[in-house]
Design a protein around this ligand. Sequence first.
Ligand SMILES: [Zn+2]
Length: 462
Amino acid sequence: MAKNGGKSEKERLYLGVDVGGTKVQASLVEESGARIARDRCRTPRDGGPEDVLSAIETAVAAAVKKAGFELADVAAMAVAVPGVVDPDSARVVVTPNMCLSGVDIGRLLGDRFDMPVAVGNDCNLGALGEKWLGSASWAESVVAILVGTGIGSGIVLGGKLWRGSREAAAEIGHIVMQIGGPKCGCGNYGCFEALAGRAAIERDIRAAVDSGRGSLVTQLTDGDLSVIRSGILRRALAAEDEVVTEIMHRAAEVIGHACLTVRHLIDPEVIVLGGGVMQACHAFMMPTIEEIVAADQLPGAREGGRVLLSALGDDAVVLGAVALARRLVGRSPFKRRFQKKQEYPKIDETSFGQITVKGKTHSRDVYILVNGKVKKRNKSLAKDTYGNSHVVGPKELDLVCRGGPEVIFIGSGQSGAAKLDEQGRKYLSQRSIGVEVLPTPQAVEAYNKSDRRKAALIHVTC
Ligand SMILES: [Zn+2]
C-alpha cells in the first residue's frame, strides 16, 4: 500500500480481531508474529451490526493505544467471524449466533479505520495460525479441529486455506457420525458437534442429572446447569466424577474417530486439536484419542500423520487473522522473503544465584518467553505439585510455552539439579515443541546460539 510504502520494516504492524460469541479480542501484532498489545470487550448480546462494529472499534482503539501507536501505524487488519464468510468480497454471509449476516464488514471497517481489511472464518483462521506459528509450523498439510461450544475446523495445504467451492469447506462439526443421532444446531441429526461439542456434553450431563444421577457439576455450578463451562468439566474430571468421566470419555472417543475420518480423507501431516474443551480437558481426553488413532488398521506408505494439541491456544485465531491481513497487503508470512524473525534478548552471563539478560541482573530463576520478555519464574507451580522447585512439569510449561515456541531451553542449574518430568516431556511432544535440558551455562550458550522461535526456563538459585 502506498500509505505504508515509506515505513521501515521495523514499524510494520497488523491487527488481528477475533469476534466471538462472548467477547471481541483485538491484538496488535508485529510482522514476526509477536503480540505487542491486546484488548477485549464483551460482544453486545442485543442490538444490531452497528453495535458489534462499535465493539470492534473499541477493542481495536484500546489495543493500539496501549502499545503507544496510532491507527495510521497499522498496515492492515483481518477479522475472524464465527460463520460463513466470503473472503473475496470481505462480506459475512451467515453468522448463526450473531447479528452479522449479510454485513459488508470489510468495507465498513475499512472506511472506519482507513486501512485494508480482510475477513475469514474463525476456525479456518485458527488452522492458519497453527500453521504459521503453532504446533504445525513445520507441516505442509494441516487440519485443525477446534472443540468449543460447537466444533469447527480448518484445512491448510501448503500455506493456503482450503476454502471449498462455496466457502463451506472444513465444516467437520457437521459430518454425521451417528445416523439418527441427536439433533444438531444445524438442523441435521447425529453430527460430530451434536455428539462431542460442549453444548452436547452439557446436554448429556443435564440428562444424567435429570434422570436422578448425582454429579459434582451440580455443586460446582450452584445448581444452575444451563451453562457448564470447560473449567467446570476439568474440575469434575479431576475429582473423578462418574457422570462427567463417562460423558467426556465418550466425547473423546468420538473425537478420536473424527481424527481417523480426517486421516482417511485428507491424510494430513498434522491434525491439531484445540478449542476451549481441549484446552481445559486435554489431559483426560488425549490418551483416549491417541489410542483410537494408534489402533487404525488402514496403513499408509510410511510413518507420520501426527495428532497434536494446539500450541497457541486462544491466540491461534488472532494470529491466523494476522497472516490473512499480511497476505492482503502482499506480505504473506508463508513467502520466504517476507519471513521475519522475532528478535531475542541475549543472556549475558550467569553465576550461582544470578543471571544477566540484556544488561539487567536478576537474582532468581527466570523465564524468557517466546516474545522475548523476561519474567520471574513462578516456583510455586513446581512446589505445589512436586514439593520442590527442581521439577518442571506441565503446569509450568503451560506458562513458559505460551505463544508456541519451536524449542524450549531448560537451564537445570550450575550442577544440573532441575529436571523435566515425564508429564512435562509429554506436554512438549504433544505440541511439537522441542526441548533441551542442560546445565545452566550450556543452556545459556545453546539459547543464545539458536535462531529458532524459542523460550527458556533458567534455574539459577534454589
Ligand atoms: Zn450439524
